[in-house]
Design a protein around this ligand. Structure first.
Ligand code: CMC
Length: 436
């Protein structure tokens, strides 16, 4: 961290002495005011529910400029990574700080590939779930259970354990997601095939059966890979912050990532793609494009509780750069599958067009986010709606583990422990039962 030339001065209207606070500069982005000594100096905390103005850590992994609509992984724009690299190169970049050269790429791919199988006992653990369990409930359990199977990589303070846990998580997530899917539909699990690409192997584990060969379609493989790249990291979002907070207690990496999976499930975060597709299907069932105007009126009515899912973002107050790439992929996949006239795609385009021109959305700077089109792509690939967030979790695992490992390697890291503004009852005595 670099100290800025200026300092911040906090003064009080009641005559208490003012305090000077150091200011640090990042390489890009807003400066931060260092309030670590604030409580010691003033006896006061800061109040920032939802962390709207709080940098919870320093990080060198991902940078978002929400006003510009820019997303950089280790400095590289998402548009370049999505069009010039594959997911495993992106994983290498996020984990180790730079893109691999050809030799490093081959070695890294080989390393990940060697860990794609999961302990055979995992399938018996999986069998304990109801077949109709939500895949995110299953995945939270399966990922947490990894710590019961891989004891030799659970010491978060050991850099070798952290490294092997990272590789295992990246390698095994596709296997676990596919197993959760196969279990739900009652088909046999497909073991990983190490001669396929990361995305190709995942598609085969999902849609192949032991009865016949599965041929990976390169357009769909590329689309899957792009979905993974676009979701790989997004700096200190809710699930990543959850992973950091959970990991800050010294718990093992699998447990910390399981906490991230649980957090991602919520509809305001990773669950939005599922919610978005459900919304499109509802509008379609209730009259389709002709009813878009009526639906938009509901969205704008504060009392309706209806939101346009796939729109708006806490950080992007401009286009989410991932949404454009996802829309491109959507067109490619639908063309490849002969679904150019897909009614949900048409509906989404019409909703987007209206929203981008409507004052309500313009004034609030609400633009389509990555989830607006990703549901349509995934549906076209054959992925069931309730697995969308599982796919997001698969892709985000590398971001979570890169952020977790960055935190643990940071000499300044401490257990996370926010404070509070207490608004409950002051001390009181318990009355006897008869008097309550
Ligand atoms: N539809 C209608 N109105 C909206 C929407 C929306 N999708 N999003 C925000 N608003 C309104 C909101 O009602 C508020 O209006 P007002 O100022 O009049 O009260 C204003 O815009 C600001 O909204 P906010 O809830 O204070 O904004 P936030 O930064 O806290 O919320 C958000 C961000 C993503 C939770 C929200 O935009 C939302 O619920 N979007 C729909 C869900 C969604 O698509 N989530 C996926 C996010 S991208 C995936 C990821 O990175 O995890």
């Amino acid at each position: 961290m670099k100290l800025a030339d200026n300092k911040a001065t906090l003064s009080f209207s009641n005559g208490s002495p003012s305090v000077e606070l150091p200011v640090y500069q990042g390489n890009i982005g807003p400066d931060v005011i260092d309030i670590r000594k604030l409580y010691g100096q003033t006896g006061m905390f800061t109040y920032d529910p939802g962390f709207l103005s709080t940098a919870s850590c320093q990080s060198a992994i991902t940078y978002i400029d929400g006003d510009k609509g820019e997303l950089l992984y280790r400095g590289y724009p998402i548009e370049q990574l999505a069009t010039q690299c594959d997911f495993l190169e992106t994983c290498h970049l996020l984990l180790y700080g730079d893109l691999p050269n050809a030799d490093k790429k081959a070695a890294f791919s080989q390393r990940v590939t060697m860990h794609t199988m999961v302990n055979e006992q995992m399938q018996f653990f999986l069998r304990g779930f109801r077949r109709d369990a939500h895949p995110m409930a299953v995945l939270t359990g399966l990922v947490g259970a990894l710590s019961a199977f891989y004891h030799d990589s659970t010491d978060i303070n050991n850099p070798e354990h952290r490294e092997i846990a990272a590789i295992r998580l990246i390698a095994k997530m596709p296997t676990l997601v596919a197993m959760a899917y196969k279990y739900g539909v009652g088909q046999p699990y497909m073991y990983p095939r190490n001669d396929l690409s990361y995305a190709g192997n995942f598609l085969r584990m999902m849609f192949g059966t032991p009865c016949e060969d599965y041929k990976v379609n390169p357009v769909l493989e590329r689309a899957m890979d792009r979905i993974f790249i676009l979701h790989a990291d997004h700096e200190q979002n809710a699930s990543t912050s959850t992973v950091r907070l959970c990991g800050s207690s010294g718990t093992n990496p699998f447990a910390a990532i399981a906490a991230g999976v649980a957090c991602l499930w919520g509809p305001a975060h990773g669950g939005a793609n599922e919610a978005c597709l459900n919304m499109l299907e509802d509008i379609q069932a209730n009259g389709g494009v002709a009813k878009v105007g009526e639906f938009m009126n509901q969205v704008k009515d504060k009392n309706s509780g209806v939101r346009l899912m796939g729109f708006g973002h806490r950080v992007y107050k401009n286009h989410d750069p991932r949404a454009k790439l996802m829309q491109e992929t959507c067109k490619e996949v639908l063309a490849e599958l002969g679904l150019e006239n897909d009614p949900l795609f048409k509906l989404a385009m019409s909703l987007e067009k209206i929203a981008l021109e409507d004052d309500y959305f313009v004034q609030r700077k609400l633009y389509p986010n990555v989830d607006f089109y990703s549901g349509i792509v995934q549906r076209a690939l054959g992925i069931p709606v309730n697995l969308f967030t599982g796919i997001f979790a698969l892709a985000r695992t590398v971001g979570w583990i890169a952020q977790l490992n960055e935190m643990i390697s940071d000499p300044e890291y401490k257990i996370g422990r926010p404070r509070q503004l207490f608004t409950g009852s002051p001390r009181r005595d318990v009355p006897p039962l008869a008097k309550r």
